[in-house]
Design a protein around this ligand. Structure first.
Ligand code: IPE
Ligand code: IPE
Ligand code: MG
Length: 249
């Protein structure tokens, strides 16, 4: 019954390829609950979530999306039990080792944003290798937010700008919105048009705070490992019905 309804909806609503969000942010949430429902360890949920990431990145590329930013590990996620944090970091290492097999042929550029300081030397080395190896890929950029927090990002930008003022390179009056945007981790890309959060939670959890000022939001109860191409299409069709005014009329 549910399937029939979903099918019908898809034939009525179709994607407008002239109005694809350039940049989609995704809060990949619900891995733990997905695993729990199946009687599996949380790490199995995270592994399943990584597979979903590959699939959804390819779907976004097919749609013509230019940037996908995914929240993989927040500055607050260090609060989790050590074995879960270790399994998430191990998954990240495997992902970085495996990117060629998983994403390599698809002309996908990979960038990692977030604070590097707490990350292991091994991960930092692998990040550099992958970012460098994919730097000429230009079809879609997959941005992985790792040890990322929107507040930490703004603190780090404020410090950089304060240093510039202290050294006399700029005056306090020179500080404007563009300067903040140029000094945060995501300076190389436009703000997200659209932010998707599965898992049923209705919050940002410190994701892209500055950048999401005028983003459209889409929430769903689906846990991230269950997220499908049809869900992405449904979300994009909803996005296309929004009237983005940016404060105007
Ligand atoms: C998201 O899934 C992945 C990370 C935060 C690293 P969760 O692990 O938060 O899954 P739930 O929210 O407990 O279901
Ligand atoms: C946000 O999810 C972080 C990631 C998806 C990486 P959380 O599961 O950490 O967020 P809260 O704790 O439910 O707000
Ligand atoms: Mg969660």
């Amino acid at each position: 019954m549910f399937n029939l309804k979903r099918k019908k909806q898809q034939t009525v609503d179709t994607i407008d390829y002239e109005n694809i969000p350039q940049h989609i942010g995704i809060i990949m949430d619900g891995n733990g609950r997905w695993a729990k429902r199946r009687g599996l360890p949380r790490s199995a949920g995270h592994a399943a979530g990584a597979k979903t990431l590959d699939k959804i990145t390819r779907c976004a590329e097919k749609l013509g999306v230019r940037y996908v930013t995914v929240y993989a590990f927040s500055t607050e996620n260090w609060k989790r039990p050590k074995d879960e944090v270790d399994s998430l970091m191990k998954l990240m290492v495997d992902y970085l080792d495996d990117y060629k097999r998983v994403l390599g042929g698809d002309n996908i550029r990979i960038r990692i944003v977030g604070r590097r300081d707490e990350l292991s030397e091994e991960i930092i080395r692998k990040i550099d290798i992958v970012e460098n190896a994919t730097k000429d890929n230009d079809k879609i950029t997959l941005v992985i937010a790792l040890n990322y927090g929107g507040r930490e990002e703004l603190v780090s930008a404020a410090r950089k700008i304060a240093e510039a003022v202290k050294s006399g390179r700029i005056a306090p009056e020179d500080i404007d919105e563009k300067m903040i945007s140029d000094n945060i981790y995501t300076s190389f890309m436009p703000d997200p048009d659209f932010i998707i959060r599965p898992s049923g939670e209705l919050r940002l959890s410190n994701f892209l705070l500055w950048q999401s000022a005028y983003s459209e939001f889409w929430f769903s109860d689906i846990c991230w490992p269950d997220f499908t191409e049809a869900d992405l299409h449904r979300a994009v069709i909803d996005f296309q019905k929004r009237n983005r005014r940016f404060g105007g009329v």
